[in-house]
Design a protein around this ligand. Sequence first.
Ligand code: 3HC
Length: 655
Amino acid sequence: MSALRFSDTISAALAEGILVVTIDNAPVNALSADVRAGLMAALDHAEKDGNVAGVVLTGAGNSFIGGADIKEFGKPPVEPHLPDVVSRIEAFAKPVAAAINGVALGGGLEVALACHRRVAAPTTKLGLPEVKLGIVPGAGGTQRLTRLTGVAAAIDMIANGRIISAVEALKLGIIDGVSGDTLLPDALADIKATNASSLRRTGLLSVPSETLEVIDKAAADILRKARGQRAPAEAVRLVRLAATVSLSEGLTEERRTFIALRDSEEAASLRHVFFAERATGKVEGLEAVAPRKIETIGIVGTGLMGSGIAVSALNGGYRVIGVEQNVEAAAKGRDRIVALLDKAVQSGRLDACGREDRVSRLTVTADMRQLAQADIVIEAVFDDLAVKTELFQRLDTIVHADAILATNTSYLDPDLIAAATARPERVVGLHFFSPAHIMRLLEVVNCKKTAPDVLATALGLAKRLGKLPIVSGVTEGFIGNTIFSAYRREAEYMVEDGAAPQEIDAALEAYGFPMGPFAVFDMAGLEIAWARRKRQAATRDPSARYVVIADRLCEAGRFGQKTGLGWYAYPEGKRTVDPTVTEMIDVARAEKGIVPKPFTADEIVSRLLKAMVVEGDALLSRGIAARASDIDLVMINGYGFPASKGGPMFAAGRR
Ligand code: 3HC
């Protein structure tokens, strides 16, 4: 094999008369300008050289191609454009095969779809996840995938941004084969057996026929979930178009839509979220720190939170030891955990084998001494300082010297809990959000004395649990609840100033939140915040603004949805404006001599954003949050802030 180089990122070698072209653009072989130019040069060479009978495209490292280069979006486009590269591959006179050795996403799958043959390694992941970036595929994905899978399956994959395995791709007709450990030889054999005079060009296939009913159902499922986002609806439209217009018309309309969406606020916001997520893993000072080894996770308390954490840990492949106060509680805790696994089986998220494997790694006991085997113990007991410090002092005497102690407290000061132990450097906060096996957000609390390798271990653990870990310093409520309190406070100020709760909720829901704040308060229950306000009453600055309405609701026994009454009434479960509440609000305003003023939806959103940003800036200046984008991610993943707006810090900056 003689080596050829076509650009910094594209090299090739001739093997058995086939030009094997390798894309090497670490970390994910994104389709940068250099990759595109190199591919074109490789095709030029293959076209002219009579010794080349066909081409195999493959990627270096763990990716085939991770997609278009997202860093290029927002910059002036550089030729050759991706659709031109893709069209050239499809029209190429000699056979071209994709040997898909790792992720083939977005533009990466579009390159593969244009090839005449596609063989994938068994671990390959394929998909067109563009909607997650607020865009649609822009290099033929909506038109070519549909010609292979039919409209309904293409809608499901593209409009959901769903990533699939090689086996599913084979079933859907997206690839021609799954190789064993011999991807390149398989691809070479495949292409050598391909008849160059009758190449299968995806764009020339007709779309498989389906009933309108199946297509309409797939489309309706997406549109119901899209909540104000444009890209999923546009993806549905373009996929449907593939069945009714020519390839070239479809491609033109796809490109026009791609460019319009790429330049939209929604896409800019989602790109911000993409890079923000990648930034969270980079924690100053931890670059060279090796994490401790974790195999067994102890969980003290197997209630709602503890059982969710246990399922998450089992899903992450760990051995789990749950601890309860007595044998009966341990049996109940075990039942709760197994019930969550059963639910996952029922919904198809887990198979019977996976369930058995998880159950085999689970122990729930009343004997705390079993935690001597744990490499980390996470407490999920009642959020009370005395309870938690006493527990940590006990754990300190049971666990081995390298074991980590993690507290799941939401509001207590973990430094106080750590100080009660003999080794405060091994204490860290892991603030899970409920339900812990579902919610992606995990605030990792870096306490005053947390050792760097303990923090690194907590971050590694979070990743293996499939969580999005955000490091927070110690402050009451950490990042999320601090910002949420500011949001809550401002929403209540606005009620006092003249906005009705239902107006505020409607404005936030139109903005993209799944629920406005007052509907959320009612759903979560009003009594916990009430209890906290009562605790804080003695130390509250008497000159600070205080809105009494929420207290009065609680005094009237209105604790939210579960009591049928809260900020709203819930006759037959339906959220309804209650004149009694309107009157309570009027009274509270009158007592302070406030003349209510009208608010537009935009004013409501602006005031809430501003309140969150003021609090966010304070967290940044105190070093509690490392970056503004971390705050955005916390609010998006823990509190329903719409990702399509990029988070409060980003959104306020764009206004
Ligand atoms: N463009 C530019 N950079 C990218 C990129 C892309 N498409 N995909 C990943 N990266 C960068 C990340 O920013 C990160 O950079 P950093 O190290 O400087 O922070 C690095 O690659 C590694 O990324 P991850 O940490 O995410 O690595 P993982 O191994 O966990 O995941 C992945 C790899 C599955 C490829 C994941 O990065 C991913 O999902 N990427 C995005 C895929 C995607 O959305 N592709 C579609 C792009 S849009 C498109 O193709 C339009 C087309 O239709 C025209």
